[in-house]
Design a protein around this ligand. Structure first.
Ligand code: NAD
Length: 476
C-alpha cells in the first residue's frame, strides 16, 4: 500500500510529480518504501506564485469561513486516520499507538485553533479620535518541518497560518515526506487552489524557501544549527520568523516522591517516540536520598518495554528514524562507554537490519560529560544525583538552550517555586507533554524565537496594524 502509491506534491490545487525523486526508507527494515517528489527551484516558484495569487482571495474571506475550513482539515485527518497512520508507521518507525496519537492530536489541534478570532483592540475612542489595533495576515508562509513528528508539527503551522488569512508553502523533511504529501492529496478537494501548497525535497529546498523573495514569513521547526542558517538566510529579505529548535531538557525529581509511582511517567517523558522528541527529558536529576530507588524502578519498568517494527502488534518503541541519527546516537553510546561511565541498561546497538537502539540508561555520569551536555535525540538517558536544590537548578540552567523541563514532587508549592526558576519556555509539574492548542510554546535562549499556539502563536502569523481615525470634521 505504502510502496504502490505514487506520492505527488500539491501545487496550485494540482497533484504534481517532482522534477526528480527521493528515496524514502522504512527505518525498521531499511527497505525503500516509496519515491517522493524532489522539487526543482521552478516548482517551488510555481508553488509560491500560486500561494501569492490565492492570498488575494483567502485573506479577504470572513474568518468564520477560514475557521470552518480549518475544522474540515481535522475531519479529513480523522476520516483518513488509518491510512495516514499506516504510512506514518512505515516512514517514521513509530508504534501503532504512537502514530494514532499523532493523527488524533493533530485533528484536535485544528479544532482548538479554529476557536480563535483575530482581536481588534481599541486603544482610544473619544470625540476626537478612534485608535484601533488590528492584526492582518502577512502573506505567503514557508513552513519547514522535521522528521520526528511530521504531521503534528505541520498542523501546528498550517492551522494558525491559514486561520489568520495567510497562504502556505509547506516542506516536510526528506526523511519523512510521505504522510504529509498524502495529507496534501486528501486536502486538495477541501481547500481552494493555492491556499496550501506542499513541496518535498532535500535541505536545499528548505534553503530556497528561506531565501525566496515572495515568501514573507518562515515558521521553522528543526535543529538549532539549521535554525541559525534559517535566520541568516531570512534576514536578507527581512522575513518574519518563528523558530522552534532543539533543547537539552532537564527533569528534577524532589526527594518526597514515591519512586515506584513516578517511574513509568519519568520513563515515557524521556523515551516516547524512542526519545526523538524535542521536549523529552534528556537529563534526569534525582535527589540522592531516592536516587538508587528511582534508578531501580526505572530499569525495572524499562525491561517491560518491547522495541521493534512499529507495524507489529505489541511494540512500544520503534527504531531511530534515520541512519544519520542512528550513527550519531551510536557514537554517543561508544564515547560514553569509552569514558568509563556505567550503563544500568542498554548501551550497545544490536547487529542486524533496522536502526534499533535499546533503551540506554547511564548511571550518574559527570555533569560535563558528552552524554549530559548533548541533545542525544535518541533513547539514551543520563541519571544524575543531586544533593541541594540550588545546585540542581544551576545545573539544569547550565545550557545554551532552554526549551522545556519538568519538576516532580508531591509538594506542589515547592515544585512550582522550582519551575519558576528554570530558564525554559515550558515547565511541566508531575507530567510531561501536556501540550494544548491554547498554551504558548516557545524556546528560551538558543531553543528558538517567537511562540507557537494560543493567541500568542496565532499573532506570529500576522502583522500589527494601527488605524487612527480623526473624528473631528476637517475644516478649510
Ligand atoms: P533539521 O534542522 O536537520 O531539519 C529540519 C528541516 O529543515 C527539514 O525539513 C530539513 O530539510 C530542513 N532544512 C535543512 N537545512 C535547511 C536550511 N539550510 N534551510 C532551511 N531548511 C533546511 O532537523 P531534524 O534533524 O529534521 O529534526 C531534529 C531536530 O529538531 C532536533 O534538534 C529537535 O530538538 C528539533 N525539534 C524541535 C522541535 C520544537 O518544537 N522546538 C520539535 C521537533 C524537533
Amino acid at each position: 500500500m505504502v510502496s504502490s502509491h505514487k506520492y505527488t506534491m500539491l501545487i496550485n490545487g494540482q497533484q504534481i510529480q517532482g522534477a526528480a525523486t527521493l528515496e524514502v526508507l522504512n527505518p525498521a527494515t531499511e527497505e525503500i518504501i516509496a519515491h517522493a517528489p524532489d522539487a526543482s527551484r521552478e516548482q517551488l516558484d510555481a508553488a509560491v506564485a500560486a500561494a501569492n495569487t490565492a492570498f488575494l482571495q483567502w485573506s479577504r474571506r470572513p474568518i468564520a469561513e477560514r475557521q470552518a475550513l480549518v475544522k474540515e482539515i481535522a475531519r479529513c485527518i480523522e476520516d483518513n486516520k488509518d491510512e495516514l497512520s499506516r504510512i506514518f508507521i512505515a516512514e517514521m518507525g513509530r508504534s501503532r499507538d504512537g502514530a494514532e496519537w499523532e493523527m488524533v492530536t493533530a485533528a484536535n489541534w485544528c479544532r482548538g485553533t479554529a476557536q480563535y478570532d483575530l482581536p481588534v483592540t481599541v486603544i482610544e475612542d473619544n470625540d476626537e479620535h478612534r485608535v484601533e489595533v488590528r492584526h492582518t495576515p502577512i502573506g505567503v508562509v514557508g513552513a519547514i518541518t522535521p522528521w520526528n513528528a511530521p504531521i503534528l508539527i505541520a498542523i501546528w503551522k498550517l492551522a494558525p497560518a491559514l486561520l489568520a488569512g495567510n497562504t502556505v508553502v509547506l516542506k516536510p523533511s526528506p526523511y519523512t515526506p510521505l504522510t504529509t504529501l498524502r495529507l496534501g492529496e486528501l486536502l486538495r478537494d477541501i481547500l481552494p487552489a493555492g491556499v496550501l501548497n506542499i513541496v518535498s525535497g532535500g535541505n536545499e529546498l528548505g534553503q530556497w524557501i528561506t531565501e525566496h523573495p515572495d515568501i514573507t514569513k518562515v515558521s521553522f521547526t528543526g535543529s538549532t544549527a539549521t535554525g541559525r542558517r534559517v535566520m541568516e538566510s531570512a534576514s536578507r529579505t527581512l522575513k518574519r520568523i518563528t523558530l522552534e529548535l532543539g533543547g537539552n531538557d532537564a527533569a528534577i525529581v524532589l526527594p518526597d516522591v514515591d519512586p515506584k509511582v513516578v517511574a513509568p511517567a519519568l520513563f515515557w517523558g524521556a523515551f516516547f517516540n524512542s526519545a526523538q522528541v524535542c521536549v523529552a527529558t534528556k537529563r534526569l536529576y534525582i535527589h540522592e536520598d531516592i536516587y538508587d530507588a528511582v534508578a531501580q524502578e526505572l530499569v525495572k519498568y524499562a525491561r517491560t518495554i518491547t522495541i521493534g517494527d512499529g507495524s507489529q502488534e505489541g511494540v512500544d518503541l520503534g527504531p531511530v528514524q534515520n541512519k544519520m541519527q542512528f550513527e550519531k546516537v551510536k557514537n554517543l553510546l561508544d564515547s560514553t562507554r569509552e569514558q568509563g561511565h556505567r550503563f544500568l541498561l542498554g548501551g550497545e546497538a544490536p547487529e542486524g537490519k533496522g536502526y534499533f537502539i535499546p533503551v540506554s540508561i547511564v548511571d550518574n555520569p559527570p555533569q560535563d560529560s558528552r552524554v549530559v551536555i548533548e541533545e542525544a535525540f535518541g533513547p539514551v538517558l543520563p541519571l544524575l544525583k543531586y544533593k541541594d536544590i540550588d545546585e540542581v537548578i544551576a545545573w539544569a540552567n547550565d545550557s545554551d538552550t532552554g526549551l522545556a523541563g519538568s519538576v516532580w514532587s508531591n509538594d506542589l508549592e515547592q515544585a512550582h517555586e522550582v519551575a519558576g526558576r528554570l530558564q525554559t519556555g515550558t515547565v511541566w509539574i508531575n507530567e510531561m507533554f501536556a501540550f494544548s492548542p491554547h498554551a504558548p510554546f516557545s524556546g528560551h535562549k538558543q531553543s528558538g524565537l517567537g511562540a507557537e499556539h494560543g493567541m500568542e502563536g496565532l499573532l506570529e502569523f500576522t502583522n500589527t496594524q494601527t488605524i487612527t481615525t480623526r473624528k473631528v470634521p476637517m475644516t478649510a
